[in-house]
Ligand binder design. Structure first.
Ligand SMILES: CC(C)(COP(=O)(O)OP(=O)(O)OC[C@H]1O[C@@H](n2cnc3c(N)ncnc32)[C@H](O)[C@@H]1OP(=O)(O)O)[C@@H](O)C(=O)NCCC(=O)NCCS
Length: 218
């Protein structure tokens, strides 16, 4: 991709509605009928864990076609030591612009800023297909798990240096920025700010179920 084909920049307040609409277009019916990622983005900007310096948009053909957000999270070892990390997500590219390398640009650009901020680890919960090419590895490879020694297949870790992990076990301590999304009525109400869209089943919802309920055991 030619650098003249796009503009990557920080999100500004003026972009909020356009970014939320883009997220709605990208995530609609993907994980379940409808979506809540546009509401997630809306509420996360006011959460204490939100990192505005990392919220980026990418423009092509004079409009915003992608966005990426990050929040603060932590890992805790068995002695109670905390390691500050960042959690990436949501990331999305408008359906008309997918599979052209735009998410790669968003990730690689913001990874540099994450590193300069002093973090050595990015974590996200998602479909491995989207991230392994960016150097993410299974959480199991770094001994990072959920409470109860659960290593979700979708828990993906991007380490920026070889000494970011030394084999000890770390518990992932996510933030609760997505908690408001459980309020389905609030999501429905917020959705009225956007053009009508039809909720429907599609196969990606089964794929999402499989990925989000799978764990790595050996
Ligand atoms: C997932 C998403 C952000 C990827 O953005 P994109 O711009 O289409 O991705 P890119 O073109 O930069 O591709 C990135 C890499 O992932 C791979 N990839 C992308 N989509 C893939 C898919 N569906 N299956 C397998 N590999 C895929 C590409 O091969 C590419 O690898 P490469 O850089 O080595 O060539 C975009 O498809 C999207 O917005 N989807 C809907 C929302 C979503 O699922 N967000 C992520 C939540 S977990």
């Amino acid at each position: 991709m030619n650098k003249n084909d796009y503009i990557i920049r920080l999100e500004t307040e003026k972009d909020y509605h356009e970014v939320e609409n883009l997220a709605r277009e990208a995530f609609w019916n993907l994980s379940f009928p409808g979506c809540n990622e546009h509401y997630f983005i809306h509420v996360m900007r006011n959460h204490e864990a939100f990192i505005p310096e990392l919220a980026h948009v990418i423009e092509a053909d004079g409009k915003i076609i992608g966005c990426i957000m990050y929040t603060k999270a932590a890992l805790e070892d068995e002695n109670g030591n905390m390691k500050p990390i960042v959690s990436m997500g949501p990331i999305c590219i408008h359906p008309d612009y997918q599979r052209r390398g735009f998410s790669r640009i968003l990730l690689e650009h913001t990874f540099e800023i994450v590193k300069n901020m002093g973090y050595d680890t990015v974590i996200n919960f998602g479909n491995p297909d989207n991230y392994v090419a960016r150097g993410y590895k299974s959480c199991k490879k770094y001994n990072v798990c959920f409470e109860g020694d659960i290593f979700p297949a979708a828990l993906l870790v991007k380490a920026f240096s070889d000494d970011a992990f030394d084999g000890r076990k770390w518990l992932y301590r996510p933030n609760d920025a997505d908690a408001p999304c459980e309020d389905e009525a609030a999501v429905e109400e917020f959705d009225k700010n956007f053009p009508p869209k039809v909720k429907a089943w599609q196969p990606s919802q089964e794929e999402f179920y499989i990925h989000s309920h799978s764990v790595i055991n050996w």
